[in-house]
Design a protein around this ligand. Sequence first.
Ligand code: ANZ
Ligand code: ZN
Length: 771
Amino acid sequence: MASVYDHKKIEKKWQKAWDKANIYKTSDASKKPKYYILDMFPYPSGEGLHVGHPKGYIATDVISRMKRMQGYNVLHPMGFDAFGLPAENYALTMKVHPEIAVKKNIKRFKEQLGVMGVDYDWGREINTTDPKYYKWTQWIFLQLFKKGLAYESNEPINWCPSCKTGLANEDLEAGRCERCGTLVEKKPLRQWVLKITDYAESLLKDLDAEDKDGFPLLNWPEYIKEMQRNWIGKSEGAEIEFPISESEEKIKVFTTRPDTIFGATYLVLAPEHRLVQELKGQITNWSEVENYIKQVKDKGDIDRLATDKEKTGVELKGIKVTNPANKKEISVWIADYVLGSYGTGAIMAVPADDERDNQFAVKFNLPIVIDYKKAGLKDYGQTKTTYKLRDWVFSRQRYWGEPIPLIHCEKCGVVPVLEKDLPVELPKVKSYEPTGTGESPLASISKWVNVKCPKCNGKAKRETNTMPQWAGSSWYYLRYMDPKNNKEMVAKKKEQYWNTVDLYVGGAEHATRHLIYARFWHKFLYDIKAISTREPFKKLQSVGLIMGPDGRKMSKRFGNIINPDDIVKRYGADTLRIYEMFIGPFDQAAAWSEEAIIGPRRFLEKVWRIRGKLSKSSSPSVEKLLHKTIKKVGEDINNMSFNTAVSTLMVCINEMDRSEVGEKDYKILLQILAPFASYMAEELWNSLGEKKSIHISKWPKWNPKLIEDTEVKIAVQVNGKVRAEIVISLEDTEKYVQEKALADVNVYKYTNGATPKKVIYVKGRLINILV
Ligand code: ANZ
Ligand code: ZN
């Protein structure tokens, strides 16, 4: 037993030993209760990890280690999400093939994760770019296609001129490409779309559903549920028809305020509304109308809906409609503040009650009727529910993605690839730059494109668009249950055993992207009876960021990135782990501090030192405090209150440092420390003659008798005057009572934190502090 704590030596030693013993291998056939804990798997970027990334991985590792010691069969897997724009853009700038870049980056990630001592079962590793994996991503697509939930469309979609690909609404941030920040345009493009809107209602409803025991089906942070509700955006209102004068046609509007119909003084159609073209013959100012349509063609929705922009629009001269409520003839306009893709693409304008309508009416001198009669909901309208959620634009005109497994036949039309022919492998090519023409680079590889139709054996061509980067992550958590299965996506039995993910930890930025898509696929797979649960993630916890020492987000741009490899070298992985858990409440952001990491390091040195001074038995104060600590640390880890768990351990170690500690109690301390300082706990445990790993030992039980307190209230005096009262236990040591008294806010007011000259403790009655 070395007298100095040499983290380098012991961390290397146990990494090897754990690997060899395979202690984290998870079995699928256990009698133990299961616990499935999952990190959002990373995209293996070229930069490797910075100290912010592992915060979530360390947290799940702490929980997973405790649960394993508590007798659970724990599934804690890891893998890589490596298809998509970021990987391909990185490869293009670095001039290496994405496949090679991904391989290299994954290797580096695994080394870094290994050093930090995270307990993954690498036997279950998955990689979304592995044909054996994406075979099943393609299989799920085929099932969607067969159920009519994947369809071809030519509607204008979001187009990023820099990434040269179509994008889904979820890929935008305030109208810009989420990847590169470029303003997105609208472009008509042939594309594959998934009908996620068919699931809008069940995605919404299950956010508030209960399980069979009356608990929330989804134990998720309320703000993330609220973000999903807003994204789905359910509106209840009515559709009302306005007959066009001297025509059989009617214009149908969607409104959430049918009661305001008497105040509707004109109608507005979206410039792209099909009726505009159909009424061309009747419109007397067509060239003006046509000009306006051209002008707004490429504008993004966010831009169009902004209330602070000057309203624009053109009247459709020659067209009038009748307001069915008061039978008055009113004018019809086109304006870009009405979107073609929402509701019916047409509105009744009520300038007295709606801000945008009011701005428009003022600008174009349209009537504003203030005191109008209110109508009942059913009088003129057909009740109607609409959603903001749009179908998922699922094709990308890029190389680095899963090929969409469809074939276009001259005779038979679109034909699905036979399941036995999956996977459709991405061809290996030298040149994979995006073309910008709306066609994927795959389209030029004629050897790959030209195939025989699976139905008629005639001439046919493969679909050349690829899937978006969100495809592989929409179901990966299912594959961890059965990662090597070549016959099924996941075997029924295994899926039923592992059920849903018990705890899912990751960044909140996925609230309305990955977390919506995965719920959608999961619900679909449930409906086709491929799986047995309605929701993928039972409990969700978001991770607060670790900011740079300057308080800004860690980024190459600010030069404030802290590399975990350096920290591990200097202080050890255990110190890094404890520091990241101690840095603040888990879900909140906190700035990295090089000074603050010293505390956790000193704490570990104390733990190490105590090993050298063990006695036959512990003093009663140590014994009592230890049992309170077992209880509190277990509860705190379960509640993901890691910072308070660590501070509880610190208080206990301080008491041990100044009192007598028996070997038995010291070993208990090591066991509850093991989830945090997994290397040091193992080394010290081993040094006390234990042959099996501490990480598979049994989590200690606290003795209820020992934590029963003989609590008393005592007075705290400062220079002879009573300034506060504190609650202590009669067994508390004088030192502990003194620390507690000095930490009291009312006492602090009078001491200002100064070291007392003298302290007099009258046991169980009072403590007098002289400063
Ligand atoms: C008359 C009215 C009066 C309206 C009033 C609102 C207030 P949410 O809640 O977002 O669903 N609208 C309908 N379709 C639209 C489209 N395609 N583009 C832009 N605006 C559209 O809002 C529904 C309301 O937004 C609808 O109700 C309609 O204006 C407008 F005092 O009709 B309302
Ligand atoms: Zn882009």
